[in-house]
Write a protein that binds this ligand. Sequence first.
Ligand code: 5GP
Length: 143
Amino acid sequence: MAYDPDNIFAKILRGEANAHVVLDEEHCLGFMDLMPQSPGHTLIIPREPVENIFDLSAEGLAVLIATTQRVARAVKTAFRPAGVMILQLNGADAGQTVFHIHFHVIPRYPGEGLTLHARSVADAEELREHAARIRAALQVVPQ
Ligand code: 5GP
């Protein structure tokens, strides 16, 4: 399937759709998931228009995963979860719903099950506050 330049993450990259951004760099953008599976659920995407892991260059993937690690450290600092799940889906049959490659950083908390994938939109004020916490943590976590 050809890359669809009108997917929602492409629109966020072009500034045509809003997101609660935590990281804005030359190669990657990080922002809060609109329908978080747990508080602090963050997404990291490359600026490159690529649908999935198979189409991304090794160099692009290296930058993306290193950036994901930094964001995951910041999420860990900001939310102090018991664990952090890193998730990346390829193809509708694997559960991918937005066809611009992304890594999920999903904090896990004791006794708290994950909410269903991409089901309910979070409160905008809460997402704004969570993004601010992660941005602050990114200033102090090791690069
Ligand atoms: P996938 O299922 O493709 O791995 O994950 C796509 C993710 O994008 C889902 O977790 C979903 O909640 C999130 N998502 C869908 N639409 C939007 C949107 O408009 N803005 C943001 N920030 N996240 C979105």
